[in-house]
Design a binder for this molecule. Sequence first.
Ligand code: 1CP
Length: 354
Amino acid sequence: TSAASPTLDPTPDLADSTLVRAARRQPVPHTPVWFMRQAGRSLPEYREVRKDVAMLTSCRTPELVTEITLQPVRRHGVDAAIFFSDIVVPLQAVGVDVDIVAGTGPVIAEPIRTRADLDRLPELTPEHVPDITESVRLLTAELGGTPLIGFAGAPFTLASYLVEGGPSKNHERTKALMHGDPQLWSDLCARLAQISGAFLRVQAQAGASAVQLFDSWAGHLSRADYLRHVEPHSRSVLEGVADLGIPRIHFGVGTGELLPAMADAGADVIGVDYRVSLTDAVERTGGRYAVQGNLDPALLFAPWSALEARVREIVEEGRNAPGHIFNLGHGVLPDTDPTVLTRVVELVHEISAR
Ligand code: 1CP
């Protein structure tokens, strides 16, 4: 990136990518599109590569991370890659005994419920994750002009797995800790904020062009509980990476009531699930943020005419947003026909071209 040999320098300026421009609320030639969980079980080439490899092993093997991350970029022509990893990878890296069980999700051998448990959870340093640095470097070299989105789990969503010991429907132990021992809760979330922030920083410093903070389960909280017990910690993650100068996306599911708080926590882009229209999301966040979303992943199973109509509506709503990144409201479902995803990318590009 020197001015001396511009013709010899193939490094594209990712600040000019549609993803980064839309996130910064700058004009774009077409609406950028990517899909949460675009890498994964909907792709036969993914199932092939993962056949004999455990999920977390694949996440810690740079050649596999690179291949799996690139698969949906090659196949669908999406405008961004999302780093193939999982929100529990940084926890495993600092020594938490965690496994990702097929059909279940992350399972924690020794849940964190006491002060002594928390004392055994170290902070994350770059030395814990040299493989992540290597994966991001390999990837960004391969990706060329396509930006890479790094990500981490937000403190509440990570805490839920750690406290419950695995996936949870009601988050009862998590909420019991939050309300029963607010000081321990706050200290746990502060530690998780450090881990998430450091994990994002490693990815950004190795070449990621944007970061997304996944607070997938925040929608299970009241606004009051979110503001008091969760937002300060998510804010600390997002504000802690502000100096990197790359866009920050903040996403959760069922967060209609929380959108203003989640946006103001330090995001450039607010993720919107399908329960709230983009128009309402823009209004609720004061027209100050770009929006990302919000096709219902189940609609990918509907007849094309119905799906096409809905995609057109979302793109139209996005035109009136300060910036719009087309995505689903949540991750691609495993049984999705991947050819439909490719068609959606083509349609979004075609109808949004300006
Ligand atoms: O064997 C497999 O294929 C396991 C399925 C799988 C995959 C493909 C899991 C287990 N994680 C992942 C990858 C993953 N996880 C990605 C990158 C892939 C991409 O987007 O293309 C990302 C961004 C995540 C992040 C993640 N993991 C979140 C936040 C995003 C979201 O979906 O809300 C969460 C909540 C997890 C936990 C997790 N990991 C895996 C599962 C099945 C779950 C959810 C379990 C539950 O319901 O609580």
